[in-house]
Ligand binder design. Structure first.
Ligand SMILES: Cc1cc2nc3c(=O)[nH]c(=O)nc-3n(C[C@H](O)[C@H](O)[C@H](O)COP(=O)(O)OP(=O)(O)OC[C@H]3O[C@@H](n4cnc5c(N)ncnc54)[C@H](O)[C@@H]3O)c2cc1C
Length: 379
């Protein structure tokens, strides 16, 4: 009997894991990959949706195109997870796993910030980015506030990238009377990257974008268009873009897997406290930022763990907490951050670029993963 591997969530983590196991075991693999969505959308493509530069059809990688041997994709909603028996119940069936991997990501708690549902906008969800696509052309000028509403949040550079890209968008539309501010709980845009932060702040200075540091918006009043700050102050806005508070999906909260908000895992192996149950990516509290590149590197380690377990071979090197991501700096310029969270006494993320080769790497990012995760011929 082949080992039954059930992977919950077809995001960065789930797709990387399934792809790697398929590459090793081919048709001998017995992998069931479950996600409720029709397809995968890279986080940075939400900028393209928001700015009207791409449609959802342009950027969505449809799961029906997965051609990896040994991988069965099921489009179903996961209703319960029992980590003890490794039984998963969905709206389409029941799955009993020998090895269970949870890569269900982080969800958004829009209602956690008073006034946000009624008067705020966001680009962190596909729906939010698509709504903004219709709102932005109507914007006639004024104060634009981009505020981080809670920690942790996905892709730490994204709020600053959004500010730079929106500035460019409004400028191209010849809008003159606008002021963009980013409200951050941190002292600089990317705490582990002094040079990355300096480059972003230099761009902000060039373009007149403000960085409001060590501050948090705790609520907004849509009737007066005022954001309330943690220190009791206020900030007026005409357009409010919030980075919503994050939390685990309800099905994870109900499973008993999470503690202190996220799923704790052993750092080097991504094992949970339940035998043969792993967790990867944003759903965990492993100690790296919530970003796809960390999720996929963690999934690569879990794949090696599973291969070693099935073959009785040597365990892989532990998960190193590294990830390479790209930062948009406007006018097509892109820099690279090589982050390392576990290698030294403190996390570091030195910056390379912006230069033509870092911009090219970012352009190749999605095509490389599409080929690795989906196999077959690109459409
Ligand atoms: C604007 C923006 C820009 C970003 N830019 C970058 C970037 O440049 N680089 C980078 O590395 N990261 C970036 N990110 C972050 C990145 O998108 C996430 O960190 C990454 O997707 C996390 O991967 P994951 O596998 O943990 O979870 P996800 O990719 O979120 O996958 C989780 C999956 O679980 C599924 N799921 C959840 N609950 C259920 C259920 N009950 N039933 C069935 N399915 C379920 C979801 O549908 C989802 O497909 C960005 C994010 C945003 C919002």
């Amino acid at each position: 009997m082949p080992t039954k591997i059930v992977v919950l969530g077809a995001g960065f983590g789930g797709l990387e894991l399934s792809g790697r196991l398929s590459d090793t075991f081919g048709t001998d693999a017995d992998i069931t990959l479950i996600d409720r969505n029709e397809g995968f959308v890279f986080g940075f493509h939400k900028f393209e949706l928001m700015l009207g530069r791409a449609t959802l059809e342009d950027v969505r990688l449809d799961y029906r195109d997965i051609m990896k041997p040994g991988v069965r994709f099921r489009r179903e909603v996961i209703a319960s997870i029992d980590p003890v028996s490794r039984r998963v119940v969905t709206d389409g069936g029941t799955y009993d796993a020998d090895i269970l991997v949870i890569g269900l990501g982080a969800e958004y708690d829009f209602a956690a910030t008073p006034g946000f549902v009624q008067g705020g906008s966001e680009f962190y969800s596909v729906d939010g980015a698509l709504r903004l696509r219709d709102v932005l052309p109507q914007f006639k000028g004024g104060q634009v506030v981009i505020a981080i509403l809670g920690e942790p949040f996905k892709c730490p550079p994204a709020p600053c990238e959004a500010a730079i890209l929106l500035d460019e968008y409004f400028t191209q539309r010849s809008l003159a009377n606008f002021q963009i501010s980013v409200v951050s709980p941190w002292g600089r845009p990317i705490p582990p990257s002094p040079d990355g932060s300096k480059t972003i702040l230099a761009r902000f200075a060039e373009r007149g974008i403000s960085f409001v540091k060590e501050q948090m918006v705790v609520g907004i009043d849509p009737s007066t268009r005022t954001a309330r700050l943690r220190d009791g102050g206020t900030l007026p806005y005409d357009l409010f873009l919030g980075i919503p508070r994050h939390r685990v999906p309800d099905v994870v909260a109900a499973s008993g897997l999470a503690e202190g908000g996220w799923i704790p895992v052993e750092r080097g192996t991504l094992r949970t406290r339940f035998p043969n149950v792993f967790a990867v990516g944003d759903v965990t509290s492993v100690g790296t930022p919530k970003a796809g590149v960390f999720a996929e590197n963690a999934a690569a380690v879990v794949a090696q763990e599973i291969i070693a377990q099935m073959r009785g071979s040597e365990a892989p090197r532990p998960y190193g907490g590294t990830g390479t991501c790209y930062v948009e700096l406007g006018e097509g310029r892109v820099a690279r951050l090589d982050a390392d969270f576990f290698g030294g006494p403190t996390p570091v993320a030195p910056l390379t670029g912006p230069n033509p080769s870092t911009a090219q790497e970012k352009r190749d990012f999605s095509a490389v993963r599409r080929a690795r995760w989906f196999g077959g011929e690109p459409r």
